[in-house]
Design a protein around this ligand. Structure first.
Ligand SMILES: [Zn+2]
Length: 300
């Protein structure tokens, strides 16, 4: 896959914890206010008895920064770690968590990592660069599998981990605190507008359904922690839906007119979305080709 600018440099990232509600923290890159696409977000939730962490990030060093942020706030055991998808920037730091931590993934994610870790490592090195700690990552996948929804009690703190449908991968999980009205959604939502979905695994129809389901589940007060950017609000989910609807309509027209993929890329510019820093790469190299393949009846 052609890659011009790297989405972020894992070697340069400094993570900072922000308390969103009592005991509920988002851990985000320090430059989050300066860009529309940052390093992967993480988080942690502290109950009376234990801690649950969300994501282990791109490498052991970033995972250690997350563990350090947890340790500044509590000495309770980190009982759970949720990976919201198989993407390496969400789970390559798993190996530095203690043995007492149970890793939670969707079944698809676990199977994918067990079978394709080296392939994903190569993809991540290609995406983020060599010498960024990705070479040192040691495979470690889930001990606990979620297919539908589980509820965990950390001691006075209820956490739901759920698969609400395909969004970016077959195994997307969300981590939701119903009481505190906070939800971690991983790459299902990359970042607030102008960011739009990355259709790396296709499935745009299911993705739209999942976005609508998420929109239904939440309310206007919900704090959404996306995969790679500032905190989001419910209404911003619809921006993602509009992008996919528009992309599907425009690519569909190019197919009706018998255009090739290269002609479709020329035609489907959707410049309203061009202010996103990842637009050139994701729109033209990932999303238009994926949509063209899907609407032409291809397998992608
Ligand atoms: Zn990611």
């Amino acid at each position: 896959m052609e890659q011009k600018s790297k989405p972020f440099d894992p070697a340069q990232v400094r993570m900072e914890a922000h308390e969103l509600a009592p005991g509920v923290f988002a851990v985000m890159a320090a430059d989050i206010e300066k860009t529309d696409h940052t390093a992967t977000n993480a988080g942690f939730i502290i109950g009376r008895d234990a801690v649950l962490a969300v994501e282990s990030l791109s490498n052991g060093e970033l995972a250690s920064q997350l563990i350090g942020a947890i340790r500044k706030n509590t000495s309770l055991p980190i009982r759970y770690l949720v990976n919201t998808s198989y993407h390496g920037d969400h789970c390559f730091g798993n190996f530095v968590f203690p043995a007492e931590t149970s890793i939670i993934e969707h079944e698809f994610t676990k199977n994918f990592l067990d079978e394709n870790f080296e392939q994903d490592r190569a993809f991540m090195i290609d995406l983020l660069g060599e010498g960024r700690g990705i070479e040192e990552a040691v495979p470690r996948s889930a001990e606990l599998i979620v297919e539908g929804r589980i509820c965990l009690d950390l001691g006075g703190k209820a956490v739901e981990v759920a698969h609400i449908g395909f969004a970016q991968t077959e195994g997307d999980l969300i981590v939701r605190l119903p009481e505190e009205n906070v939800v971690f959604v991983g790459n299902m939502l990359q970042a607030p507008p102008p960011a739009f979905p990355w259709l790396l695994d296709g499935g745009h129809r299911e993705a739209v359904e999942t976005y609508r389901r998420l929109h239904e589940m939440l309310d206007d007060e919900t704090i959404i922690v996306p995969g790679h950017g500032k905190l989001m609000h419910r209404e911003e989910i619809l921006f993602h839906v509009r992008y996919i609807d528009e992309l599907s309509k425009q690519v569909g027209k190019t197919i009706e007119r018998g255009m090739s993929l290269e002609e479709a890329k020329e035609e489907v510019r959707m410049e309203d979305y061009s202010s996103y820093s990842m637009y050139e790469f994701i729109h033209f190299e990932v999303n238009v080709p994926t949509m063209h393949g899907e609407l032409s009846g291809g397998s992608s």
